[in-house]
Design a protein around this ligand. Sequence first.
Ligand code: ATP
Ligand code: FE
Ligand code: MG
Length: 346
Amino acid sequence: MRVLGIETTCDETAAAVVGLAGDGRGVILSNEILSQITEHAAYGGVVPEIAARAHVEVIDRLVARALKAADVTLKDIDAVAAAAGPGLIGGVIVGLTTGKALALVSGKPFIAVNHLEAHALTARMTDGVAFPYLLLLASGGHTQLLAVRGVGDYVRLGTTIDDAIGEAFDKTAKMLGLPYPGGPEVERQALHGDPARFALPRPLAGRPDPDFSLSGLKTAVRIEAERIAPLSARDVADLCASFQAAVVDVVADRVRMGLRAFRQKAGHPTALVVAGGVAANQAIRRGLTRLASEAGLPLVTPPPALCTDNGAMIAWAGLERLRLGLTDDLTAPARARWPLEAASAA
Ligand code: ATP
Ligand code: FE
Ligand code: MG
């Protein structure tokens, strides 16, 4: 079984071919990606219109490249999957329409994949994680704790009430004059900063509902930065380290509550899985490793290139749906908003 997957919901144009291994995991036969970071860097964030145009310019070439790298043609694949949302609608339409056209000309089934579902199922492709598991999805656009009970069976336990974690990293970086995307840059600065220099808040700490709040933390950084301005290189490093330490604490506290909520609603999890670009952060990973071992659970973090947006995760989600007979017709709409709970298997 082999599926072609297409991803264009944000600022990455990606296409991949994924197959199924004997042990039930995925085999990534190709995984092509073109990032638009340089096109958006001047604006300090993703500009939707620029993103959509950039997807149009490269999508055909990228799909051809993914097929070639996997050494297959459209004849050799079993289905075409494309992310149908949630995301920036102009970009979503580019990938979705391309996917539908390829399915139509090849006569293969089409699968409209929920981008969040693809992040949620990636750990099954990489590590063969069994249902049910607790997922922390932490990216630039989303921060959610989910009970993943099956394909199309997700219970949202908690979410952010303001900024996403990645967004908080990006905004903090911007505020401190660091380049976009801010997450990796803040982590780099934090390596040689003092995490104890600034006493920053741990929003919602101890609250039983596993929701997140990040905007107050970001504001606290701004207040400290304004208080000590102009900032030296040392000040920036210390602010980054203090901010990151607060995020690590917040994540550990919220996930601990998430585990409690999971047990109430979905029984015993097989693992704690972290996905989304923020999972690349080593300090957050260390915090979660400690927490998982306390809880007696394996911590599964797919490799960074599969945690951020990519084509393989779309292909894999398509493959999981295809084997359950969950295909879509060519009228499947592009959706700017598409909550995971609505991506049901029914
Ligand atoms: P979504 O998938 O929710 O639509 P997205 O495309 O922005 O949003 P990803 O590509 O999964 O999400 O992740 C990008 C985000 O991850 C950015 O906000 C980035 O700053 C953050 N990020 C990447 N690396 C790190 C890191 N090392 N530490 C902290 N944050 C990071
Ligand atoms: Fe994403
Ligand atoms: Mg991205």
